[in-house]
Design a protein around this ligand. Structure first.
Ligand code: ADP
Length: 399
């Protein structure tokens, strides 16, 4: 139904509304003035509290930690901006039970009963909860609350803090994985060295020099493996702490390539593989030992993951207006799955779960190579087809 009011009627209503508003405001002012007059203590508190409340508001709004408050029933009545950013809700969305909507479905069943019990029992609540943001990122949040009691001991609400511990959690997990991998990598060669040395020292092999020689060989190989692992760990540590300084000088690319090939010649022969080198006679301003270290790692992997009788190919060429040298190490081995092409450059990552057992290695070589190449200002990447082989490339500027 459409109702037409004539102009004078509308005006009259507007005036009446305005009057009612003014009356209400006046009554509120009168009431506050009466209170202030009647109670000097209230007046004093009122004046004292104003700046304190303003100060607390500023603190809460700017605090680098999430803060929230609930009423006695546990319904949210306040969240500061940091809590909103951490959990992914707005102020309005968090109010009442709204904050619960963004809890990860797997945590919901466990967190809510715990929260309700602590709220009822007026005890502290401490929990790590996952929140799913609107952009679908998951944040692990550490929430702590404490009950707020009135002067008469009655529960009037809860105050809580919220901390984003996602990153800390990832770092802790990495630390645990690191320790477990390193201790495993240390233990395996140490166990076999101890076995070999125990046999030798028992004297049981005194009249079996051939087996004694084999035991010595095992101990030597495992010692070298340990030294390699410790060297890798030290390099990684220095790279991460930005303490690895390159000693750059002019080097002939071809001789760096030859040095790398020479140190792997024996391994290639043992694996019945041919190393083919297409050298480049160009001077580059690099840390020669670190470039050789990178080439040896790539060539060593190419040999490790190729089958007998095939070739491993090392080449270098000028690119980008002859300002850069691009090295490439090509093999015709088993190849790398597409979804692992980036991952294998991360620490302790291998393309197959069985690689460490079957081929040795710890998954540190490519992470170190990547850091060394990047320290030179270059890039490293791999192209590969499963079953057909892989080509690792890296670039360094000539100067
Ligand atoms: P490591 O060889 O000590 O395990 P790397 O960081 O050098 O460590 O290599 C990481 C992983 O990448 C290897 O374990 C392997 O799974 C994969 N990979 C590296 N190079 C090759 C290659 N040429 N062919 C197939 N897989 C490779």
């Amino acid at each position: 139904m459409v109702c037409w009011l004539d102009i004078s009627e509308k005006k009259r209503l507007e005036l009446a509304l305005q009057k009612a508003n003014e009356d209400l405001e006046q009554r509120f002012r009168d009431h506050t003035a009466d209170l202030l007059k009647a109670n000097p203590q209230f007046q004093q508190n009122f004046r004292e509290r104003q700046p304190i409340e303003a100060e607390f508001r500023v603190l809460s709004e700017a605090a680098p930690v999430g803060i929230f408050r609930t009423d006695a029933q546990g319904g949210c009545i306040y969240v500061n901006p940091r809590a909103q950013a951490i959990c992914g809700y707005t102020f309005e969305e968090a109010l009442g039970d709204g904050w619960q909507q963004l809890i990860h479905p797997d945590d919901y069943q466990q967190v809510l009963p715990h929260w309700i019990d602590s709220a009822k029992a007026q005890t502290e609540f401490l929990e790590e909860i996952r929140f799913v943001h609107r952009d679908h990122t998951v944040h692990l949040v550490r929430a702590t609350t404490a009950p707020i009691l009135s002067d008469t001991g009655e529960l009037i609400g809860h105050v809580g803090t919220i901390e984003d511990v996602t990153e800390r959690n990832v770092i802790e997990r990495m630390k645990r994985e690191f320790l477990s991998i390193v201790s495993h990598e240390l233990k395996t060669p140490l166990t076999s060295m101890r076995g070999a040395l125990a046999l030798l020292s028992s004297g049981r092999l005194l009249d079996d020099p051939e087996t004694a020689q084999e035991m010595l060989e095992i101990a030597k190989v495992d010692t070298e493996r340990l030294v390699r692992l410790v060297d890798d760990l030290l390099d990684l540590e220095r790279l991460e702490a930005h303490q690895l300084i390159l000693t750059k000088q002019w080097c002939d690319t071809a001789s760096l390539m030859r040095r790398s090939i020479e140190s792997l010649q024996l391994l290639a022969e043992e694996s019945r593989l041919t190393l083919v080198c297409q050298p480049l006679n160009v001077e580059i301003f690099v840390d020669g030992d670190r470039i050789v270290q990178t080439l040896i790692n790539l060539l060593g992997n190419a040999i490790k993951f190729s089958s007998e009788g095939s070739e491993v190919y090392l080449k270098a060429e000028l690119v980008n207006g002859d300002q850069w040298v691009r090295f490439q190490v090509r093999d015709w081995g088993r190849g790398i799955p597409q979804d692992k092409l980036d991952l294998i450059f991360e620490r302790f990552q291998q393309a197959n779960a069985t690689d460490a057992r079957q081929h040795g290695g710890t998954g540190l070589g490519l992470a170190i190579s990547r850091d060394l190449v990047q320290l030179h200002g270059g890039q490293i990447w791999v192209e590969s087809t499963l079953g057909e082989g892989s080509t690792f490339y890296f670039t360094v500027p000539i100067r």
